[in-house]
Design a protein around this ligand. Sequence first.
Ligand SMILES: Nc1ncnc2c1ncn2[C@@H]1O[C@H](COP(=O)(O)OP(=O)(O)OP(=O)(O)O)[C@@H](O)[C@H]1O
Ligand SMILES: [Mg+2]
Length: 599
Amino acid sequence: MMGQIKVLDQNMVNTIAAGEVIERPASVVKELIENSIDAGATEVNIYIEDGGKGLIRVVDNGCGMDSGDLALAFEPHATSKLKTSADLLNISTMGFRGEALASIAVVAKVSVVSRPADTMAANRIEIDCGSKDEVRPCSSDAGTTIEVRNIFYKMPARKKFLRTANTEMTHIIERFTRIALAHTDISMNLFHNDRELYRLPAGLGVRQRIGNLFSAEFAETLLELASSERNLKLTALLCRPENGRANAKFQYFFLNGRFIRDKFISAAVREAFRGLIEPDKYPVVFLFLQMPPQNFDVNVHPTKIEVRFDDSNLVYSQILALVREKLLSLDLDVQAKLPKGGQVPTQEGQDAKQSIAGAMAEFFSHSRQGIVPQRYFGFSKVAQKSDSAAVEQREHFYEKGDLQAVPSPQYLQIHDSYIIAQTEDGFLIIDQHALHERIIYEDLCRRLTCDGGAKLESQKLLVPESFELTDAGAQVLEVNKDLLQRLGIELESFGPGVWAVQSFPSLLGGVKIVEFIVDMLDVLADSVGKIDSERLLHKILNLAACKAAVKAGQKLSPAEINKLLSDKNAIERVSRCPHGRPTAIKFSLAELEKQFKRT
Ligand SMILES: Nc1ncnc2c1ncn2[C@@H]1O[C@H](COP(=O)(O)OP(=O)(O)OP(=O)(O)O)[C@@H](O)[C@H]1O
Ligand SMILES: [Mg+2]
């Protein structure tokens, strides 16, 4: 067959292009607000009806357009923002493709009223799904008002995909939020069906804007950091590790005022929080990058949500270093909150007071009366002997020679679960299991990543330990064989439905092997296809650390306590167990003195 190919008419071309840029009402809102920002507006008001399916009206006080510009603005590839091809390498505006208005105008009924600030002459133009009216004079304030009605009304196939007004509004709010976060110098207000949803005054800074968009409490707890190095300026607000969220919704990355998604940035943030935040939680991060426009390409995606960095390693490593350093500098011990003196205590306050008072009484009664059992405070031979079986069992956690007889008159184990340790300005109550778990986890991570890294050292078992495994279980093993190899776990089929452990990581010597393997298989089976291999590895390391750590209710020798506490100081990030729970609660002398009314 011949003569099948023909060039599409311009309206068809625009309609096809519109599909890329305008997906739903929220895309229109985004494009219009961005145009207002590029027009230098200091105030943008957005009025929505029926989730944007009825009406989107954006009113700005920007530079406006004269009649000539109004006639051109809706033509495809019409832009005031690029003059020469060299400008493409130096983009500092939100828009540059000259596509947005043309795309909007082919899918809806649009009307624009605009007046440049330096003239009283305002003009109006209307476009109905690509068919354009004349530009007509009218009267109006300086700036531009664009109304977009009945989106997709001539395109039933696309209209079908629009959701309820509430859902579409959620998308609009998300786009509004992204832009508002990056442009705190602009006053932005959003209304839905005549109801004011957001009123965001200009000039109050990012933290205040986050407060206005989310909540003041949320904004208050965020940590603030900044760095500037080799052309890359970074500022960030992030949550403390204990305040992570169940999804990545509160991760906002901006490059030169534009919201972007980027896998390098996400990876850097994840890595910075690794081990500090519960494995299933996501940090809250507002990250603002500034770099010269020549150092990245924004022209790789129709909605500009992705960019290509010339040096993505620099971006990755600078974000990682900044965030990591900040997190490690935090005092992650949980500060005990004692009830305020002098107030009528609430029930909650009363309970806290009583439990703290109980712990205190126990602590001081021992020390004052001098009846502290010797084995707690000194390293007595007798104690060593009586506990020797337990100690021996746990000795594999420590390098040889680590368990030294160091007198340690300032530690006390209570309920065989918590260690009370005096500090310079108060004392700590340490959860022995949580702390030990953390220490082992760190050790495992370090051996896997730093020391040449590939694989944990393992030991061949003299007598292989067998366990039952279904075919589905065997499949899970097969899928995860690389992971097992890294962990130094070697499993072999012993016959139908029976497998045996041949080798096991030396570091986990005290762990009940089969019990661990069974639990690990559960984790692996649950995780198939859900999390990436890095997260999975750390999940398994968490499990291993939990199994290998001393338990609550386990009596520790003074030497073991010493070792735990010296490791606490030595190993980074020990303030949180791998599950993100605190390992220690801190009490300050000042607080105590207040409580005992000594001050
Ligand atoms: N609110 C506004 N105030 C003043 N001028 C505007 C406004 N909106 C659009 N314009 C003018 O219309 C032109 C076309 O806008 P359009 O959004 O289609 O393209 P763009 O912003 O240049 O690029 P992009 O397609 O990447 O957004 C702009 O370049 C600008 O000159
Ligand atoms: Mg634009």
